[in-house]
Design a protein. Sequence first.
Length: 128
Amino acid sequence: MSTHHSDDHKDHPQAPRLRVLLGEVTAMGPGKAMLLEAIRDKGSISAAARSVGMSYRRAWDLVETMNQSFREPVVATAKGGAGGGGAQVTDFGETVLGRYRDMERQACEALRDELHAFADFLADDHKP
């Protein structure tokens, strides 16, 4: 199991990263969670992609994967046009994102002592 939380990596650069798999597909992971947060903040997939340094195509692929992986869509989109398009994280998506961030925190807390001990095995320039 791997975990990562935006604040935890400062304390543990070697922190594992949590990925929730559905078969061989990653239903949720650090990049998808970051993208969901950016969509929530920016209101569009293209603006969210730019803000996290991701191509629009990659962001769209991740959104499609997430929407297909869960029993309800996590992102709702509106077609572009004169008024422009847009995207928003659904209420269900907010629930999924919150649960994922909770799992990350719990996993990091559970592994905190082991991560400190494991850091002794790392080269000096990679220790926290």
